[in-house]
Design a protein around this ligand. Structure first.
Ligand SMILES: O=P(O)(O)OC[C@@H](O)[C@@H](O)c1c[nH]c2ccccc12
Length: 259
């Protein structure tokens, strides 16, 4: 099993356990359930920076990025820096995140929040809504076309936007459908951890124009963004480059100032 298979295997078990304890009705009673969401795709269309900054403590490819901060200081720092949106990792076992991180982020900022999670079940989309997200991630590498269709339709019906992540042409071709808002090309192969901006460059022209294009992972310089923009990318998802510093908000401020 590669790492992605392991994560998905664990995720299915986690969802079964959670469903048995917290009923859907409890999620639907959350104060955030009726909240009007904020559109990240609209913000990206008009933003000059396009930065989506990520809250990330650790990852399977880097066991310690940073644990020495509060969610509030990181996400407020990102908002003040002028980020268009914030991605919050909620997987516990592999990324050290939680739904509480999402909740604390929601309580701290007023910009769009992405629940960064390995979504395999509608239940996780209800959780996303209940804990204050504005959009969800769907990863084409781990879902069939039918699953992408039903999960994205379910999210849209809750007022959540959908960011569909692809890594190659096959994943892109199987996934294109009108219930997606944003298509992200992950520069990191989640099975091998190989990272290259070439993945974004190669796939950009195949993404239909009705979708906002985002380039994800491995972006560590302003030059990378200058290189990617001519390919039509409007959004850039950055985690480690900010989180590895002792002040993520300040790192984002300095980065965005140069754009
Ligand atoms: O820390 P980086 O290299 O800037 O990457 C951020 C983000 O793109 C990455 O965390 C990510 C992209 N797709 C994912 C899917 C699941 C978990 C994490 C991710």
């Amino acid at each position: 099993m590669n790492i992605l298979d392991k994560i998905i295997f664990d995720k299915h078990r986690e969802v079964v356990l959670k469903k048995a304890i917290i009923p859907v009705s409890q999620l639907e009673n959350s104060v955030f359930f009726e909240r009007a969401t904020i559109s990240l795709s609209q913000k990206l269309k008009t933003s000059s920076s396009g930065i989506i900054a990520e809250h990330k403590r650790r990852s399977p490819s880097k066991s310690v990025i940073n644990h020495d901060f509060t969610v509030e200081e990181v996400v407020k720092g990102y908002e003040n820096a002028g980020a268009c949106g914030i991605s919050v990792l909620t997987d516990g076992k592999y990324f050290g995140g939680s739904l509480d991180d999402l909740l604390l982020a929601r309580a701290s900022v007023n910009i769009p929040l992405l629940r960064k999670e390995f979504i395999v079940d509608e239940y996780q989309i209800l959780e996303a809504k209940a804990f204050g997200a504005d959009l969800i991630l769907l990863i084409a590498a781990v879902l069939t076309r039918e699953e992408i269709k039903s999960l994205s339709t379910f999210a849209k019906n809750l007022g959540l936007e959908v960011l569909l992540e692809v890594h190659n042409q096959e994943e892109l071709e199987k996934s294109i459908m009108p219930t997606l808002d944003i298509i992200g090309v992950n520069n990191r192969n989640l099975k091998t951890f190989e990272v290259s901006l070439d993945f974004s460059k190669q796939l950009a022209s195949q993404i239909p124009n009705e979708f906002v294009k985002v380039s994800e992972s491995g972006i560590s310089s302003v030059e990378a963004i200058t290189e990617l923009r001519p390919y039509g990318f409007k959004g850039f998802l950055i985690g480690e480059n900010f989180m590895k510093t002792n002040n993520a908000g300040k790192a984002a401020t300095e980065f965005i100032k140069q754009l």
